[in-house]
Design a binder for this molecule. Structure first.
Ligand code: AMO
Length: 436
């Protein structure tokens, strides 16, 4: 059997025999001639067949087609400038209905996102949705390539855990034989363990789970977390330097491979950011947004989403940059494992990275001195006994280290200018969504 030609590869071919396969997008069943538009994952092409007197098997098959059916066609490619769709058409010789579709699609372009997610497999057939996942593939591949070129080891840490990985908030528990397990909220413990194990530089791209009941455009109960952790650092500055270089590599690859398609499909330009990204201490960022007329509701907390939007707008205007590192968060709003400033225990060696108005990442230098770590856990009211397995990692000599976690869907959403991570997550999971 000769393989089919992806539709986007037809245009440069010479006129002659081709095999194409795809979903029937439109049918124009006229008296003298029948037209179909066929779409595969790469593009769309017009198919044509003059109708024989008195019909035959093929013309009857075309008349009986339902939209969305998957067909394979052998035919003759012909270049013809008058054909609106790409200046080519394929004259049908044979047509095989491979998979027949029910006649009415349950969704259309203007269907609500919730209903589209019910029918995600149909929703994903749209070419711009296909593009989202090609962009994501390119982005992840570029990150991996950068890490490999810089001697990182990839780890796959377990997602079934003996203790919470972040805090007791947003924790999924599952029965585990005679005991209970927790779904990993992050690979935090195990990426730090890799530093004690002497791996030096590691990364992981894997699932993370949060029992977060919120319905915002940026939260899911399961998401893909992009994580890295490195040893021998002086401060969070070393982590930020790695983080920004990595993003430049990822965005360069996306721009080179998909820049034009992204602009055509989503109307946004992919910008490769300049390094270093702007860095603003959180306290200063709060002051800046306050001076710009927005007072963060709780003075002792992080910037809220509106605050993030505002600081991002400020940075965009002042530095022409889509990214900003907000640094030196107060220790009362950071986890116990963040290292605190040597001269000011109220501040941490940590940062959040905001991209086009939304937090995409948290990073920090970690506290590697076990007695200090234990003390900080106690101060936060944590159960130190529950943390014992984690604390052991630090009792046998561990280098200074730090790293970050970054939500993959958030990056892709912001990169493409889309309104919700639901649009860019292959199968979204939220408080009300366990299907399909
Ligand atoms: P944090 O909890 O800030 O940090 O998470 C890191 C990043 O993960 C993404 N994220 C989410 N994405 C979708 N839905 C959610 N419910 C969700 N929660 C978090 C965000 C966020 O910035 N262990 C630390 C990271 C580290 O210090 O290495 C952590 O998990 O993009």
């Amino acid at each position: 059997m000769s393989p089919r030609t992806p539709i986007k590869h037809l245009a440069p071919l010479e006129d002659g025999p081709v095999r194409v396969a795809g979903w029937v997008e439109t049918i124009r069943d006229q008296k003298k001639v029948q037209f179909l538009v066929l779409r595969d994952e790469s593009g769309a092409v017009q198919l044509v067949r003059p109708r024989p007197e008195g019909d035959d098997d093929i013309s009857r098959a075309i008349s009986g087609l339902s939209l969305g059916s998957f067909v394979q066609v052998d035919g003759q490619l012909k270049h013809d400038e008058r054909v609106k769709l790409g200046g080519i058409e394929v004259k049908i010789d044979t047509l095989e209905v491979v998979g027949r579709s029910l006649p009415e699609s349950p969704i259309a372009e203007d269907t609500s996102i919730d209903k589209r997610l019910d029918w995600r497999f149909l929703d994903l057939r749209r070419p711009e949705h296909n593009l989202i996942f090609r962009v994501q593939t390119t982005f992840e591949h570029a990150l991996r390539t950068w890490w490999i070129e810089h001697d990182y080891i990839e780890i796959h840490s377990p997602k079934l855990m003996y203790s919470p990985s972040e805090s007791r908030a947003e924790l999924f528990q599952v029965p585990y034989f005679e005991t209970v397990a927790y779904l990993a909220q992050s690979p935090q413990h195990f990426k730090q363990m890799a530093q004690s194990a002497g791996f030096g530089k590691i990364f992981e791209i894997g699932p993370a789970f949060r029992a977060d009941p919120s319905f915002t455009s940026r939260h899911a109960t399961e998401f893909v977390s992009v994580d890295a952790e490195i040893s021998w650092i002086d401060s969070h500055e070393d982590v930020m330097r790695m983080h920004e270089e990595l993003l430049v590599a990822g965005l360069t690859a996306v721009r080179e491979r998909h820049g034009d398609e992204i602009e055509a499909a989503f109307g946004v330009q992919v910008t490769v950011p300049e390094t270093p990204f702007p860095r603003i201490p959180l306290a200063e960022a709060k002051q800046i947004v306050a001076e710009n007329g927005y007072v963060v509701p709780r003075a002792d907390e992080d910037l809220d989403p509106e605050g993030e939007r505002r600081i991002s707008a400020y940075v965009k205007e002042k530095y022409g940059h889509e990214f900003v590192f907000l640094t030196d968060y107060a220790s009362n709003i950071r986890p116990f494992y963040h290292m605190r400033h040597a001269d000011d225990g109220a501040l941490t060696n940590s940062y959040d990275l905001v991209f086009n108005g939304v937090e995409i990442s948290t990073g920090a230098q970690r506290e590697h001195r076990v007695e200090v770590l234990e003390q900080q856990a106690r101060e936060k009211g944590l159960d130190v006994a529950e943390l014992e397995t984690y604390l052991e990692f630090f009792r046998y000599g561990v280098p200074s280290h730090g790293g970050f976690g970054m939500g993959l869907s958030r990056v892709i959403m912001l990169l493409l200018g889309l309104p919700s991570i639901r649009e860019v997550t292959y199968l979204f999971r939220g408080p009300n969504r366990l299907r399909p």
